[in-house]
Design a binder for this molecule. Structure first.
Ligand SMILES: [Ca+2]
Ligand SMILES: [Ca+2]
Ligand SMILES: [Ca+2]
Length: 272
């Protein structure tokens, strides 16, 4: 009898765990609808790059769109709170493009998405997509390259926001509905995807790499996903977010170390 009760308890616990992700989504609080889709933004600096210092540190009007203290696309989320901002050098707050010339455009190979360049350690795009992978579009599937994701960790994990893997597979939550999806945000893969239309086929759904990650996001554990603010956290968090791995909580980049960037409420590293 005791054994039977114990089995039932374990089964109930397993069931609760299995149901947890769905419950999380259902309980998410909707954001204020005070922003609306913005008209502006989304255009990269025509002369190629952000002016006045691309690195982290406190926002200033001379810096790139994602670190200029302004809600460029008028969606209610400023700079690192905006899911379209991959880092302080990202000069395009209105889309998942980075506004950095030549950055992250390869549909077949993915490198560290958050280091502001293409190259370095790479995995096949198919490592990050559900099977079966369309190899005509995304190139050959090299399982060995998936294992090499861990080689990127030392360099890339410090630059990767919570909720994303190193290659730009991120749990992005729509600012207007707070519905969340795992999206490969690389504009080479999802060129027409924006946070306003995450459910569409324009936003290619992905499977995160286990080998290289900025840490998971989970509002139930008070860790914000890209696109969320503390207003989206459950009451138990008391309006305060937490960061994976004991990282530093921030409101803006001014709360972080001089070379860091505040992304979804957590200080992350940045590159110049
Ligand atoms: Ca901005
Ligand atoms: Ca914004
Ligand atoms: Ca962007």
């Amino acid at each position: 009898m005791l054994a039977l009760a114990r089995t039932a308890l374990v089964t109930a616990a397993a069931l609760a765990l299995a149901l947890a992700p769905a419950a999380c989504q259902a309980e998410l609080v909707h954001l204020d609808d005070d922003g609306g889709p913005g008209g502006g933004g989304g255009v990269a600096d025509p002369d190629g790059g952000p002016g006045g210092g691309a690195g982290g540190g406190p926002c200033s009007p001379a810096k790139a769109q994602c670190n200029n203290c302004v809600d460029d696309d008028e969606d209610g989320l400023i700079d690192g709170d905006d899911p379209h901002c991959s880092g302080p050098a990202d000069d395009d707050e209105g889309s998942f493009a980075t506004g950095i010339p030549g950055d992250n455009r390869d549909p077949k190979k993915q490198d560290c998405f958050f280091d502001g360049n293409s190259g370095g350690c790479q995995v096949s795009t198919c490592c990050l997509l559900p099977e079966p992978c369309d190899e005509d579009t995304y190139g050959g599937y090299d399982p060995a390259s998936c294992d090499r994701a861990a080689d990127c960790a030392e360099e890339c994990e410090p630059l990767t926001p919570p909720g994303c893997d190193c290659f730009g597979c991120c749990t992005v939550c729509a600012p207007d509905t707070d519905e969340c999806f795992d999206i490969l945000i690389n504009p080479g893969i999802s060129p027409d995807c924006t946070a306003l239309d995450l459910a569409s086929d324009d936003c290619v759904k992905c499977v995160k790499s286990a080998g290289c990650s900025g840490g998971g996001c989970d509002p139930e554990a008070c860790v914000l996903c890209p696109g969320q603010t503390v207003d989206d956290l459950p009451p138990g968090c008391s309006g305060q977010n937490e960061c994976p791995g004991g990282g530093s909580v921030c409101g803006t980049s001014a709360d972080c170390q001089p070379d860091q960037f505040c992304s979804s409420g957590c200080c992350i590293g940045s590159v110049d």
